[in-house]
Ligand binder design. Structure first.
Ligand code: C6P
Length: 414
């Protein structure tokens, strides 16, 4: 296949691949082709090294000890918070709360802000393409409070119906919670105007940034969201660490989440006073090593330049989409005008899981199934899709391998 790659020349994909030790391994005696980046990206050596340096050189609990190791660990942990603040364009570092990931961030908001602010008859508005993490916490809250969960419909092309969105918004809407980018379709939602419209009816807005933070430039002040949640492991960082951004005044007004060490100012058996932001929401010993390594992942992204990465991934998406469309019986699910670098598809008469297994036999990792978006799959009348999701280290040759792998799989299944 002759490639006319529009990948920006300032990205040396070969050199970037060298930074990811896992990309050198074989799977089923074939070179690994990793197209499951929306589930979790692989980690560059620098991130792996940061974790082992922490445990090898300055492992200590933070914010508690006055000894040197504790001070070094605390400084590195707080430096990471500063790096996150810059990465998402927050005004203040205390607006950055470390969590386990997107799921925990959303649950934190539902359990604290939600319990304090949602009452019977109030409406929470989500979209029809949400991940279960941005559905179930609101469902639980609605059941608890007798509130109403409303859903913005998804159009056939995988975009949200903006007409319906505006019709659904009303003074009863207390919260809008939507993904900036869909993990199952790739759709990029127009969150900035959506937030503006939600604020006009007095609603608070949470943006699920799990799939957007790695691809798009994030500026929470420009976006004007009230909450923004994302996971480190989807942006070349470790698992078990994520971020919840919240506007300071809202976070300050919220009840605490979990009780324990670090989140307190003073404890007696009669009463407890709580710590300041962000510690108020970081009870117990946090995930220190991975929080520190998150900064390394952000540096990796910043060094390459998100704009360069986006161009490369967009070129891969365009190329993969065009080649997939030549396969008989294949339908791409999600054809939004603006997409992040992932493509979901089904093939007539073939179960997505069978394709996944046959691709894996050729060393190609894709995700198959409902992608934790069962209501979205129901909307399209399908059980699931095959999803190939791209990262900066993926190549056009790997897309060729996917296409060849699909032909082979289809031959075996026929
Ligand atoms: N989607 C996927 O393969 P956690 O698990 O907390 O890091 O992220 C949850 C989550 C929330 N919102 C969106 C839009 C997501 O895509 C995800 C994670 C992965 O698509 C794993 S199911």
């Amino acid at each position: 296949m002759i490639l006319t790659s529009p990948t920006p020349i300032d990205l040396n994909i070969g050199a970037i691949r060298q930074q990811f030790p896992i990309l050198g391994r074989a799977v089923k005696d074939r070179p690994l082709v990793y197209f499951d980046n929306a589930a979790t990206t692989q980690k560059p050596q620098a991130v792996i090294d940061t974790i082992s340096q922490y445990y090898g050189n300055y492992n200590a609990n933070i914010h508690r000890g006055i000894h040197s190791l504790a001070e070094e660990a605390t400084a590195a942990y707080e430096a990471s918070r500063m790096a996150v603040k810059e990465f998402i364009g927050a005004a203040l570092s205390e607006e950055v709360i470390f969590t386990r990931g997107t799921t925990e961030g959303i649950n934190l908001v539902a359990c604290t802000w939600g319990r304090a602010n949602i009452a019977a008859g109030d409406e929470i508005l989500i979209s029809g393409m949400e991940h279960h993490s941005n559905i179930v916490p609101w469902q639980i809250l609605c059941h608890e409070k007798n509130a109403i969960l409303k859903v913005i419909p998804v159009l056939d092309n995988g975009e949200l119906s903006m007409t319906d969105y505006h019709n659904l918004l009303s003074p009863k809407t207390k919260l809008v919670a939507v993904a900036q980018a869909s993990n199952a379709l790739g759709t990029v939602n127009p969150v900035k105007p959506m937030i503006k419209a939600a604020h006009q009816v007095g609603a608070v807005v949470l943006i699920d940034g799990a799939q957007s933070a790695v691809h798009l430039d994030i500026d929470v002040q420009d976006m004007d969201c009230d909450f923004f949640a994302f996971s480190g492991h989807k942006l070349y960082g470790p698992t078990g660490i994520g971020v919840l951004f919240g506007k300071k005044d809202i976070l300050e007004s919220m009840p605490v989440f979990q009780g324990g060490g670090e989140m307190i100012k003073e404890v007696t058996f009669e009463r407890t006073t709580y710590n300041e932001l962000p510690y108020k929401f970081e009870a117990g010993t946090p995930n220190i090593a991975d929080a520190i390594a998150l900064k390394t992942a952000l540096e990796f992204l910043n060094d390459l330049g998100k704009d360069n990465i986006r161009k490369h991934e967009a070129a891969l998406l365009k190329y993969a989409t065009a080649r997939l469309e030549t396969i008989p019986g294949l339908t791409i699910v999600g054809k939004a005008r603006e997409k992040v670098g992932l493509v979901s598809f089904i093939i007539k008469g073939v179960h997505p899981q069978d394709i996944g297994v046959l691709l894996d036999n050729q060393g190609i990792a894709v995700r198959t199934g409902h992608h934790c978006t069962q209501p979205l799959m129901a909307r399209f009348g399908i059980a699931g899709t095959v999803r190939a999701s791209f990262a900066v280290y993926n190549t056009f040759e790997e897309v060729d391998a996917l296409i060849a792998g699909l032909w082979k799989a289809l031959k075996m299944l026929s």
